[in-house]
Ligand binder design. Sequence first.
Ligand code: FAD
Ligand code: ZN
Length: 474
Amino acid sequence: MPARTVPERVIEALKAVVGPKGWIAAEAEKTPYLVDARELFHGKTPLVLRPASTGEVAEIVRICAEAGVGIVPQGGNTGYVGGSVPGEEGGELLVSLGRMNRVREVDPLDFTVTVEAGCILAEVQRAAAAVDRLFPLSLAAEGSCQIGGNLSTNAGGTTVLRYGNARDLVLGLEVVLPDGTVWDGLRRLRKDNRGYDLKQLFLGAEGTLGIITAAVLKLFPQPSESCTALVAVADPASATRLLARFRDRTGDAVTSFEYLNRVCMELVLEHLPGNTDPFDQPYEHYVLVDLASGRGGGGLRDLAERVLGEAFEAGEALDAVIAASTAQRERLWALRESIPEAQKHAGGCIKHDVSVPVSRVPEFLAKATALAEEAIVGVRVAPFGHLGDGNVHFNLTQPRQSERAAFLAHGESITDAVHALAAELDGSFSAEHGIGRLKRSDLRRYKAPVELSLMDALKQLLDPKGIMNPHKVL
Ligand code: FAD
Ligand code: ZN
């Protein structure tokens, strides 16, 4: 177990490592680093460290390891499970990677970019676009989350269907291990079977096995053509059939396939002015489809219209709008991406980040909706998410004219039931947000004993003093 307080000599030594620009001790300035994005956790720390180089990170970790002091790595602090803030006791130091934000190299021939962990995701996308390449990872927090955080949470987002999770976009890593050793694994090889693939240990580890300081990421050709459609579908089963139809008929040109129901649409229309319903009548279920192709020569829109025509005939699709301009595309995407924000305005929200096999999403939605409606009269069931990946954010908004606290008091039992349902359908209680502090008990409940003991053994091997992000994940 790490120490409970940070000795003064350690604090002084760390300040000397990072210099005057590299630390924050004033309470007011520390505050933004100490509350998580969902405001569920309020941590304490004597010092926020903002190192500017891998060498400084290594020195910080070495000093902390020697003194047995816990370290919490932090990127953009947009994580949803409380992994990026320290505990309430004030015995852990926070290491924010934000100053390590250099793009070290972009190589359009290798289709790679080498970046430091503190690069904002949108900056990585821009660096790729500047050499006519695509870095496909995309999520609503991309203007503030950092690539180090994305890799440490194995972030998903809206393009997983085509390009994979964050984990799939990595060729090499540079990591500071829990004793301060720097592992330089910044390779840009597409093939490298020299033994175990060690980088996988740190991807999705949420800072519990080391600090990622840089990465070599895969780039892709920029699509020359894209097409976005919002489609009203008959029901979730029709949505899954429509997904298969689009994948089959377009040469797998589907990059995003996002679901939302009428409740989500209404929350956005009611709470976020400027959004409008693109249809002239309400529908119960919608999917937002993005297609992209690099072949050029046009025709993607025609193809989308043909596929939609077949879907109308098959009774899967009821209505559709295809974006005619970039501005209209952005308006359609805003309807999907502002759902979490609208849910904040609508009162208490009980959130889930569940995945099941794509074919079982309809069954999951039907059963989860039934159990929520039975448990809470008038609950607004507002599921949305990455249907193409079988990943549903099964969120519940409090009934109108109800007490927020009384509603949230149902959280634990509803969440237990929703997670049990996901498990029953061969699914996961955490599809893309990770474990952090929030979901540790579910990890113990649902992960197989042999998997848990492997995780515990790896933690013990790499971080025997338990200083890396204490009390998170495990
Ligand atoms: P942080 O929140 O700072 O940290 C997350 C975890 O990683 C913590 O455990 C932290 O200790 C660790 N960590 C951070 N940096 C490092 C590092 N360099 N080395 C080691 N450990 C580190 N997530 C999705 O997957 N898909 C989505 O579609 C999505 N949409 C979102 C939309 C909004 C509006 C918001 C607010 C969040 C969303 N998220 C989503 C969650 C969040 O954005 C992601 O988890 C993101 O990857 C976190 O990045 P971050 O830089 O903010 O990390
Ligand atoms: Zn998501």
